[in-house]
Ligand binder design. Structure first.
Ligand SMILES: [Cu+2]
Length: 154
């Protein structure tokens, strides 16, 4: 029964493939990547993740065949300067939600290995502290709010 509900929910937004005990407590919504110019060397990714379990769940790493490297960042304003602070882990709170969005937590996708245009999808593999990992399909979308990396300092 739980598996069945899980399937219905995942069809809505993503393909969540896992045999794990923790990943099935997670629901990912709005997983998207703003389209970037073809010459770009870095893209951002956003999503929200809900955790229906009674335990905090940590994301310990993220990878994809489509990128050389993926980092987890937190954007912060510091005296008017936008800074991005790399995060070793991201916490999805018990019975709560983690939101990755502009100006807050986000993923940084370095060196795309193929062109990713509006409407394309890219699969990211999210690894949890429990040892489980699951796949999330991100959709590339045109956005008026593209990250301006020239204004960001790492
Ligand atoms: Cu960043």
């Amino acid at each position: 029964m739980i598996k069945h509900i899980h399937l219905i929910l995942t069809i809505f937004i993503l393909s969540l493939i896992s045999t794990s005990s923790y990943a099935h407590h997670l629901i990912v919504r709005n997983a998207w990547i703003p389209e970037a110019p073809p010459v770009t060397s870095v893209m951002a990714a956003f999503m929200s993740i809900e955790n229906s379990s009674k335990r905090d769940i940590e994301i310990i790493s993220i990878s994809s065949r489509d990128f050389d490297r993926i980092e987890m960042h937190l954007s912060k304003e510091d005296n008017g300067i936008a800074r991005m602070i790399p995060q070793a882990t991201l916490t999805i709170p018990a019975n709560g939600k983690l939101t990755l969005e502009h100006g807050s937590y986000h993923l940084m996708l370095y060196k795309p290995r193929r062109p990713l245009k509006d409407g394309d999808t890219s699969e990211l593999v999210i690894k949890l502290d429990s040892g489980d990992s699951f796949k999330v399909e991100f959709t590339i979308e045109k956005s008026a709010m593209q990250m301006d990396h020239s204004k960001h300092q790492h």
